[in-house]
Ligand binder design. Structure first.
Ligand code: B12
Length: 211
């Protein structure tokens, strides 16, 4: 079993100390995004076990705690790619959804790539996005969400931007475990991403920035 597979298995079994030790070992051997991917695969397994009734809410909470400990190890290792600012991203988790680990990872990757990120938190109502767009005039609005119901909140947020005449002034990218091409079309977003690296690449494309 590779070290990354061992991380997936230890994390999915919620063996906190073993997971942390394996991540420390992996830091010397693998690129950061591969370690992040392994951790995300582990949370998918945690989610499946929760759906099957093998894990309960307390296990979801614990998985979140382990992931946050992993982030403390990984995020300081992200290196800044450039000094000038590529553009501003207004970022938040949409109304009804409090999942923020993925949002925080995307934020860290986007900042490392040279974007300025304004993070307005979780469970953000559409009107709060509208007000923040007026205040900060971002180039991109990033909507995060992991629940199926988040897709409707994303749509309501984009509709609110349209109603205020702001939709044409920003690009909108949606992100999270359940977004896809269908969700992009349904919500009226410009792009979707289910990983932070993909998200950063698309943000550059949306602003016409060449790699
Ligand atoms: C940890 C966890 C929690 C923690 C969250 C802690 C936190 N601070 O975030 C807690 C315990 C709070 C929680 C609560 C709940 N959860 Co929960 N949770 C999870 C779990 C296990 C992991 C989520 C996670 O952090 N993944 C790791 C990150 C890194 O992945 P990610 O978020 O997808 O992020 C990546 C990309 O998507 C992308 N990305 C993310 N955001 C953005 C934004 C942009 C703009 C871009 C470009 C990219 C991007 O970049 C990230 C890095 O690559 C998932 C299982 C799963 N498969 O997702 C369930 C899961 C999401 N939860 C679920 C449920 C049901 C709930 C609860 C309703 C449970 C309950 N009965 O109360 C509540 C909902 C609370 C609410 N109103 O939001 C379900 C959702 C089902 C559904 N289809 O709606 C899941 C899928 C579990 C399952 N399989 O049943 N949960």
């Amino acid at each position: 079993m590779s070290l990354l597979d061992e991380i997936v298995s230890a994390f999915a079994d919620l063996d906190e100390e073993r997971t942390i030790n394996l991540v420390k070992e992996a830091l010397e051997k693998y690129p950061l995004n591969e370690i992040f991917d392994a951790c995300r695969r582990a949370t998918d397994i945690v989610g499946e076990r929760y759906e099957r009734g093998e894990y309960f809410l307390s296990e979801l909470v614990y998985a979140g705690h382990i992931f946050n400990r992993i982030l403390e190890l990984l995020l300081p290792r992200l290196e800044r790619e450039r000094v000038s600012i590529l553009g501003t991203i207004l970022l938040g988790t949409v109304e009804g959804d409090v999942h923020d680990i993925g949002k925080n990872i995307f934020k860290a990757f986007a900042e490392a790539a040279g974007f300025k990120v304004i993070d307005i938190g979780v469970d953000v109502p559409p009107q709060k996005f509208v007000e923040a767009v007026k205040e900060h005039k971002p180039d991109i609005v990033g909507l995060s969400g992991l629940l199926t119901l988040a897709i409707d909140s994303m749509k309501r947020t984009i509709d609110a931007l349209k109603a205020e005449g702001l939709r044409d002034k920003v690009k909108v990218i949606i992100g999270g475990g359940r977004v896809d091409e269908y969700a992009k079309n349904y919500t009226g977003a410009d792009a979707w991403a289910d990983s932070a690296t993909k998200g950063v690449k698309l943000c550059k494309e949306l602003l016409g920035i060449k790699e």
